[in-house]
Design a protein around this ligand. Structure first.
Ligand code: NAD
Length: 378
């Protein structure tokens, strides 16, 4: 079967779905790989490297898609690309299926099997296929570099002939995948790090990375299903804001990563808190695309308010395209191995505990219940 790898078309996107190492794995599994020319260039991979790994390079997306049985991408392909796919093709990529309803309908109508990377279940067995986690790791790391670049200070402590420099203080809100990586990166750069999360279980992980966990006088905890956070009650939210207001004024950097699956991001940094910070301080809001954790965040923009820079970056993972692509490629190859049998034969099994939940459309139907609900709510 021919597997096509598309050149990403999203504005600013530099990642590619499959790196040459992934090409070799797919060839070994009995598949053929065709890569659209230039697909890897922004991630420092030349067409020649793909050819050396055993892939064919096609001049255009249409050429890559012709006769392909499977299509791999990072972002959802355009409706035009979907029109170029044949019936029965398997598409594996981030699809944002709960909001990208036009695409979901087009996939179902064209009888394309759409497998959404964001729907890979977060079970232990599927950790190596979890692109949300791998890309959040990249985003957490990059957020600290962004903050360091914007901060008019050093992060580490220095003792020099020109005097002693005190270390910067960073507060990380939300200690999930991105938050833990942000803590580790800020610590490596020498900052003093504080962190808070509503899941008490992460306190130990925060401390093992050399950061301090903010302790509330009264418990603020909201652990929900599957190890995720759930929304706080109004009373608990008030307590959290009081706790954060007491800590934030003294921080040079605040990185917010707090999210609740399927909800708007919780408000954690109010305008009064921003005003209490020293001028020159930096806030990086990784939740900007789902509403933002800071009241003043504007998604995709940098706001200057009360002397504080508030960054609302989108798609941060694309900023480290080489390793973000390498990790994504590993995730996708591992996921594909769930339904590729002997000699590259496709054996899609909807009873498979990873493939079933990740599949959005199959055989002309929308197969995922949450996506069906999202469609019928329109
Ligand atoms: P996420 O992006 O949904 O949220 C980020 C963090 O924000 C979470 O730690 C959450 O607790 C926190 N948060 C939510 N509301 C908050 C509030 N009001 N104040 C402070 N913090 C708040 O989460 P994520 O990083 O994708 O993952 C969260 C957890 O899911 C992981 O730590 C883990 O337990 C689980 N997980 C499991 C797997 C797996 O087993 N394959 C993979 C990834 C994640």
């Amino acid at each position: 079967m021919k597997v096509a790898v598309l050149k990403e078309t999203r504005l600013g996107e530099r990642r590619v779905a499959l790196v040459p190492m992934g090409v070799k794995s797919l060839l070994k599994a009995g598949l053929d790989v065709t890569v659209q020319a230039g697909a890897g260039l922004a991630a420092s991979i030349s067409d020649q490297e793909y050819e050396e790994a055993g892939a064919t390079v096609a001049a255009t997306a249409a050429d890559a898609l012709r006769d392909a049985g499977m299509v791999l991408a990072v972002n959802a392909p355009s409706l035009e690309d979907v029109a170029g796919m044949s019936e029965g093709t398997i598409l594996v990529s981030f699809l944002t299926p709960l909001t990208h309803t036009e695409l979901v309908r087009a996939l179902a109508e064209a009888k394309i099997t759409g497998i959404a990377m964001e729907l890979v279940p977060r079970i232990t067995r599927a950790q190596s296929m979890d692109a949300l986690s791998s890309q959040a790791t990249v985003a957490g790391y990059k957020a600290v570099l962004l903050a360091a670049n914007h901060l008019p200070k050093f992060l580490p402590m220095f003792t020099t002939a020109a005097g002693t420099i005190r270390p910067a203080k960073a507060l990380i809100l939300g200690a999930g995948v991105a938050g833990l990586q942000a803590i580790a990166t800020a610590r490596r750069l020498g900052a003093v790090v504080l962190a808070f999360d509503v899941r008490p279980a992460v306190k130990e992980q925060v401390e093992s990375l050399g950061a301090s966990f903010l302790e509330a006088d009264e418990e603020v905890a909201a652990e929900g299903e599957g190890g995720y956070a759930k929304e706080l009650s109004a009373d608990q939210h008030e307590k959290e804001l009081t706790l954060l207001a007491g800590a934030i004024a003294d921080c040079d950097i605040v990185i917010t990563t707090a999210q609740i699956p399927g909800r708007t991001a919780p408000l954690l940094v109010t305008e009064e808190m921003v005003e209490s910070m020293r001028p020159g301080s930096v806030i990086v809001d990784l939740a900007s695309e789902s509403g933002g954790n800071c009241a003043l965040t504007k998604s995709g923009e940098t706001v200057l308010a009360h002397g504080v820079q508030i960054l609302g970056p989108v798609n941060l993972a694309t900023g480290i395209p080489v390793h973000a692509s390498q990790m994504y490629s590993k995730n996708i190859v591992t996921l594909i191995s769930e339904f590729i049998g002997e000699e590259g034969r496709v054996e899609l099994d909807m009873e498979n505990d990873v493939v079933g939940p990740s599949t959005v459309t199959h055989d002309g139907q929308v197969t995922n219940e949450r996506v069906q609900n999202a469609l019928s709510a329109l």
